[in-house]
Design a protein around this ligand. Sequence first.
Ligand SMILES: Cc1cc2nc3c(=O)[nH]c(=O)nc-3n(C[C@H](O)[C@H](O)[C@H](O)COP(=O)(O)OP(=O)(O)OC[C@H]3O[C@@H](n4cnc5c(N)ncnc54)[C@H](O)[C@@H]3O)c2cc1C
Length: 459
Amino acid sequence: MSERATSVVWFRDDLRVADNPALHEAVLRGDPIVCVYVLDDESPGIRPIGGASRWWLHHSLEALGESLRDVGLTLTLRRGPAREVVTGLVDEVGATRVLWNRRYGEVERGIDGDLKASLREAGVEAESSQGSLLAEPWTVLTGQGGWYKVFTPFYRAVMAKPTPRHPLAAPTKTDGLHHREVASDALGDWGLLPAAPVPDWAGGLRERWRPGEAGAAERMETFLTERVSHYVADQDLPAEEGTSMLSPHLRWGEISPFQFWHALDGHRARASSDAEGAAAVLRQLIWREFSYHLLFHLPSITTENMRSEFDRFPWAEVTDDELERWQQGDTGIPLVDAGMRELWQTGIMHNRVRMVVASFLVKNLRVDWRVGEAWFWDTLVDADPAANALNWQWVAGSGPDAAPYFRIFNPELQASKFDKHGSYVNRYVPEAGTPAYPEPMVDLKESRRAALDAYATIR
Ligand SMILES: Cc1cc2nc3c(=O)[nH]c(=O)nc-3n(C[C@H](O)[C@H](O)[C@H](O)COP(=O)(O)OP(=O)(O)OC[C@H]3O[C@@H](n4cnc5c(N)ncnc54)[C@H](O)[C@@H]3O)c2cc1C
């Protein structure tokens, strides 16, 4: 055991050095620092991340390692059940303090709470900070002291709170930081990237994304200088890059909501063409907060219908072949296929198209929303436990404040409104309209009627 005070900073969904309260606190204390990331697929109840997320995580950890090296620190990688791994590391280096930024999922909170209690019992300081949400779920309550089930009042309540704190500066070389040298796993040994015999499916992801804090900052800058003024007009057009594309960076905490908020708020305050766009993106950012509000207060949101009548919904039995047609973008419905192929090739899908493909699966094919949620979990680079579940339940009609089940998106109508010139469909489904393209796997009108009949049985 070392005599000297040492801080362990445990990185999780906050893979950044700027505006990182846990790291900031460790830097202020001035003791040697051990930075650690734990890959935890093993703690009871933990949901292992999907394939696209693993790809992202690999590159994001690489980038974080570099940023830390630039300021004189190193990133230690460990794998296993988080509580045991962090406790083991604390013993190994004789740490006197462990710092982290809070998580909001039930299982994660359980792990963190148990760890905090056992560390404190052992005389080790353990402190958590607010780094990943603007408004922590227990701080936004209704007049009656309950939690919000409807977005608009939640949004108003968040906006009525004092302005979120300003982002914290990143540490610099001149802070004279010391790291403690400890053994680390090699990132490559974690097998996060596709490797033989699995085909390399990540080419499109490499082309589209630059995981890490610098990539996030670059994307935010481009959005604010070039696109925010068109956001309101373009946000629903999948052919344009009209939105911020920051969701995976926010998911992994490469940019904090505080950084994005203040950058947007600056634009909002200016009486310019940017103000309207910035206010609209801020509202979207609050949807992210709302999804975590729900996840915290109703953890079953990830697996159970929020509206229990949906427990009786007569979901259809689909074959593996039928499901594969949806997953691979081979349904014969061009907008659905374009979305599913965009997802497979690039790890992302435009929000408008996500709603369309989800509605097609849950309503036209009458497949349980959890099947679609699981596919998105595996293939999205922004796969997020709270946002994914909330949005699937929103489309299915099984969540609070959801789109009513009977509002069934018509993909053809959606294409004619939001992809008028067919540019998006052409990009991903160039064979649409030729004999090489399959017939629709279901008749849209008939399947719509069947869905409404099914819904009538649970109303
Ligand atoms: C079926 C379905 C599944 C979804 N799964 C996810 C998911 O796993 N992870 C995820 O981050 N988003 C998910 N979304 C929400 C939304 O599609 C993405 O957040 C959005 O497409 C991200 O693009 P952007 O960063 O350019 O968003 P912008 O329009 O620039 O919005 C800024 C930020 O606000 C947040 N945001 C925007 N819309 C939503 C929303 N509806 N719900 C929650 N947060 C939102 C995101 O963090 C986003 O980066 C899902 C939507 C649907 C319909």
